[in-house]
Design a binder for this molecule. Structure first.
Ligand SMILES: Nc1ncnc2c1ncn2[C@@H]1O[C@H](COP(=O)(O)OP(=O)(O)OP(=O)(O)O)[C@@H](O)[C@H]1O
Ligand SMILES: [Mg+2]
Length: 246
């Protein structure tokens, strides 16, 4: 279970998060939605202690990632939105290094790496340097790195960006398997159709505030998710006015 309790975060004059309280219970895939700059990545980074809230508390299975980041990282698998990988290490070297950091026994690690390589179709790329990998293959390494320690909570920031349809399907199946095993899965996306196809619950952020939360079917009603999203983020009237002025 991932919990945010009265979280606020400012960057200078910018309010990235404004008194956000929300729980992400296990057993469900949660889609985190919101316009650019609405606070999604800031929220996500707090779950592993990468960003410190100004006030409020984040808890991952009862652990505070600010006071205990090492324990939090053992619980959470995180893949970032920006693709940052070690250009001078091969994926094989990097993932083996992670196995050492997470204290994964060697035989367990070997088994996991070989299953992940097959799932993500990385057989031909594990020995290349990070800097030589294509965009999608770099994204796959980030996702494999988030999965390598078999985390109880999986948090993926824009994970589908750059993935081909086959690998996107693999990732969807992994996410579903995780929640079927009683884990928590959260992913951010701008693609509402993807949220609708993959998630059980949606959380919508707007200007640092939580503006909607619940099961997709309940929230979208008869209007559909796009109309609902545009309404709760105040974009419907903005768009109408802009189109009128065109
Ligand atoms: N390190 C930082 N320094 C200054 N401002 C920041 C920093 N990180 C985020 N912000 C600001 O905080 C706000 C929320 O940013 P955040 O990255 O959380 O949004 P987001 O919902 O993930 O956006 P996107 O959909 O574009 O990924 C934005 O106004 C952003 O400019
Ligand atoms: Mg973001």
């Amino acid at each position: 279970m991932l919990k945010y309790k009265r979280i606020s975060k400012h960057y200078g004059n910018v309010i990235a998060l404004n008194d956000v309280t929300v729980d992400f219970p296990p057993g469900k895939i949660h889609a985190l939605l919101g316009p650019n700059g609405s606070g999604k990545s800031t929220m996500i980074k707090m779950a592993i202690g990468l960003v410190k809230p100004d006030s409020g508390r984040v808890l991952v299975d009862g652990i505070d990632p600010i006071s205990d980041p090492v324990k939090a990282r053992m619980i959470v698998g995180y893949s970032p939105e920006e693709i940052v990988i070690y250009e001078s290490l091969t994926p094989a070297e990097y993932i083996s290094f992670l196995g050492y950091v997470y204290h994964i026994p060697e035989d367990v690690l070997k088994g996991r790496i070989s299953r992940l390589i097959k799932l993500f179709k990385m057989e031909d790329h594990m020995g290349k340097l990070g800097g030589e990998l294509s965009h999608g293959n770099r994204r796959k390494i980030l996702i494999m790195s988030a999965l390598i320690h078999d985390p109880r909570i999986l948090i993926l920031d824009e994970p589908f960006s750059g993935l081909d349809p086959e690998i996107a399907r693999v990732l969807k199946e992994i996410m579903r398997k995780y929640v079927d095993e009683g884990r928590t899965v959260i992913f951010s996306t701008h693609i509402l159709e993807l949220a609708e196809a993959v998630a059980d619950e949606i959380t919508i952020m707007h200007k640092g505030k939580l503006v909607a939360r619940g099961p997709i079917e309940e929230l979208k009603g008869k209007k559909g998710l796009e109309t609902y999203f545009l309404e709760v983020t105040g974009l419907t009237s903005e768009l109408e006015n802009l189109l009128k002025a065109l």
